[in-house]
Design a protein around this ligand. Structure first.
Ligand code: FES
Length: 115
């Protein structure tokens, strides 16, 4: 099966340029509020915008490396896998991103299954 973004397998979300460098852009989806992060090497990650500790807005945290520090109680969350960094424990839902033609896409089935 083709992985082209024109396939309905994907949902077009935002232009990559609209995601701030070392920051996040929040989008509302059927799966809830999802924070799209652009990290140091321009990689894009997407996680539910709720810290696994007490649901702090991760999109307002500080990005360093591939980690975001929650603005509420400073837990560090690995954006690649959603895991809280030790000694904290917990995990935020991550979402697959697909980049094509300088746009960020989500996988439709993944969003629908979490809705
Ligand atoms: S809500 Fe994120 S560290 Fe407490």
């Amino acid at each position: 099966m083709s992985k082209s973004a024109s396939n309905s397998e994907f949902i077009e979300i935002v232009p990559v340029a609209d995601v701030p460098y070392l920051g996040a852009r929040v989008v509302q989806t059927q799966a809830g509020s999802i924070a799209i992060f652009k990290v140091q090497d321009e990689q894009i990650f997407a996680v539910l915008d709720e810290c696994p500790h007490k649901k702090g807005p991760l999109s307002q945290g500080i990005v360093h490396g591939k980690v975001v520090t929650c603005p509420l109680h400073a837990w560090n969350i690995d954006l690649e896998n959603g895991q809280a960094c030790a000694p904290d424990q917990g995990c935020v839902k991550t979402f697959t991103t697909h980049i094509e033609n300088d746009k960020v896409y989500f996988v439709r089935a993944e969003i629908m299954s979490y809705a």
